[in-house]
Design a protein. Structure first.
Length: 597
């Protein structure tokens, strides 16, 4: 809910306004029916709930000392709350009320709330304690619950906590921030919800304090950042908070820094899958072009945080570049983070594997699973955005949306498509007045065609194409250029230099050893020939790609004179599957990049 609309090109639509019926329907139903209930059972098993019971004095026992475990429950509550806008569930509503009652009992009269036994003194070790980080997720849970149910019980707990923080932090008080940024964007959303400017003021303090003492980030305020560096999730949350602050205040210093940081991301520090974070050491974004494949970190939470930042930047600028990266991340690095059955998760998402890596149901630091769940629950809200003169179509899937223009007039938009498998999208519009419909043309679609009645247009990739829609009914047909294609990496990327990868539309493809047992995935030359498309019934029906590759299993010396090096390659047929589906059929070797001739 943006207050200062003068600083943005677009404003969000509501989650409940969009009903998904296509590709993402399975993911969302799986999230609701399998992932969310299973994670709650694991919270009970691993004492996440019990920590609150012990803190509230309801139960005696030993607490779990896992990092920031409170935030895991808050993110789960947010996931359930947002999903109530997709599918009303009285049982979940009752469970939320029970949990909120428990959280309220665990809160001190002062407003302080944290169940970790590792915290001996309030705010005594902010670099590592995650106290404000957890509180930020409490605020976001309270807001999502309020917006989805109209109930203020959790929101009031969050406000009580935020008021206590406001009393404690600021110039002349505690002049520190949390080692993990997150509370900044939460406070700004609380300001948007309550209209109380003290939360905006506190967010500014956290963003601009001179010596923030972050963990894993440079200890400078965001306005002094020259590049993206350090812990990927923290960096993205900090950028998201700073973007929210610009949106509400309009301080041009912030926008200049954020645009420079975005340029750094887009041109030097993002994987072909849309993942970010190249180092296990510090879960960090590395130097420019430091993008190893086998050791890629690409934390699942970092993908989510990146999409959060990209969305905020889009709202300001209304440019396709932000949703191009959002969509790439969504369908590849993000979607690979959860198993097809919805029960297991990747913490990291590498671009190659020797066959030892697999998803797990539970991690001691279980920040990713509830984060994945809350993002999936909120996904319909990203499909459309509202501008002064119309509506932006950001994402494509079979769906029905009932939206409201700035004027208050109603618009119904129905998408009929098999995207991302096919590039044809039919859009049927019913409107109470004339408006402009802005259609995102993905940056991978070389030849895009738009038909409106007898009118046919060619649309430039990586842009929004404006279509004038008249009052009444309007039918539009989009044709995107979805086909298997070879991609080459910037030669500055050492690990992918002189290599080829395969994409089909937005989807990145990979080879798995389970499909290609006679191919050495780490010593093969991909032949740049026409790729054959094959429909297969696995995973609810997918398109696989096949072609030819030269491979060698030859034992070679570690180093040899160039004139003496002779490698015997054998031509083989390969099968490639969408990257997001890898490691769903047992442990398997995998690679995206292969040598080119």
């Amino acid at each position: 809910e943006i207050i200062e609309k003068k600083n943005v090109k677009c404003i969000p639509c509501n989650i409940e306004d969009v009903k998904i019926e296509g590709f993402w329907k399975y993911v969302m139903e799986r999230n609701r029916k399998i992932s969310i209930p299973l994670l709650y059972k694991l919270f009970v098993k691993y004492k996440t709930i019990e920590n609150f019971e012990i803190t509230a004095g309801i139960k005696k026992g030993e607490k779990t000392t896992r990092i920031a475990t409170d935030s895991d429950l808050y993110k789960w509550i947010e996931a359930v709350s947002w999903d109530l806008q997709n599918y009303w569930n009285g049982k979940n509503l009752k469970l939320l009320d029970e949990l909120i009652n428990l959280i309220g009992k665990a809160q001190k009269k002062s407003g302080y709330l944290n169940t970790s036994p590792s915290i001996k003194k309030e705010f005594g070790n902010l670099k590592y304690s995650h106290e404000l980080y957890c509180g930020g997720h409490l605020i976001q849970a309270g807001i999502s619950h309020f917006r989805s149910t109209g109930k203020e019980n959790l929101l009031n707990i969050a406000i009580k906590w935020a008021d206590y923080i406001y009393k404690k932090f600021g110039y002349g008080k505690i002049e520190k921030v949390d080692g993990h940024p997150e509370v900044e964007m939460a406070l700004i959303e609380l300001y948007r919800t309550t209209k109380d400017k003290k939360y905006l003021k506190l967010a500014k303090f956290f963003l601009e304090i001179k010596n923030p003492e972050y963990w894993g980030l440079p200890n400078i305020p965001i306005l002094k950042f020259k590049e993206l560096i350090g812990h990927a999730v923290r960096m993205m949350y900090l950028c998201s908070g700073a973007t929210d602050y610009y949106i509400e205040v309009g301080d041009k210093r912030y926008l200049k820094v954020l645009e420079n940081l975005w340029y750094d991301l887009k041109n030097r520090k993002i994987y072909i899958t849309g993942g970010i974070g190249s180092r296990y050491d510090g879960e960090a974004i590395g130097f420019p072009y430091e993008l190893p494949n086998l050791r890629a970190y690409c934390e699942s939470c970092a993908s989510i945080a990146l999409m959060m930042w990209a969305y905020r930047m889009f709202l300001i600028k209304g440019e396709s570049q932000y949703f191009d990266i959002f969509e790439t991340t969504l369908y590849n690095s993000f979607l690979s983070s959860i198993s097809f059955d919805g029960k297991k998760y990747f913490y990291t998402n590498p671009l190659a594997s020797t066959g030892t890596y697999e998803r797990k149901k539970w991690y001691d630091c279980t920040c990713c699973p509830p984060n994945i769940q809350r993002f999936i629950s909120s996904l319909p809200g990203y499909f459309y955005s509202i501008s002064e003169d119309g509506i932006y179509v950001n994402l494509y899937d079979k769906s029905v949306a009932k939206l409201e223009l700035i004027s208050g007039k109603n618009v119904k938009i129905k998408q009929q498509t098999e995207y991302p498998w096919k590039g044809k999208v039919f859009i049927f519009v019913e409107s109470e007045e004339d408006f402009n419909l802005y259609l995102r043309i993905p940056n991978w679609s070389e030849n895009s065609e738009i038909k409106k009645g007898k009118e046919v247009y060619k649309a430039e990739k990586g842009k929004y194409f404006k279509v004038k829609v008249d009052m009444g009914k309007t039918d539009i047909e989009l044709n995107f250029d979805v086909k298997g294609e070879f991609y080459k990496a910037n030669p500055n990327i050492e690990s992918s230099r002189n290599c080829l990868a395969i994409k089909r539309g937005v989807l990145v493809y990979c080879l798995e050893s389970i499909d290609n047992p006679d191919i050495n995935l780490f010593n093969s030359i991909l032949l740049e020939q026409k790729l054959k498309e094959n429909y297969e019934e696995i995973f609810n029906g997918i398109i696989t790609l096949s072609g030819e590759i030269l491979t060698s299993w030859q034992e070679l010396p570690l180093y040899e004179k160039n004139k003496d090096l002779k490698i015997n390659y054998e031509k083989k047929k390969f099968k490639a599957i969408p990257y997001f589906l890898w490691a769903n059929r047992g442990k398997s070797k995998m690679s995206i990049w292969f040598l080119s001739r």
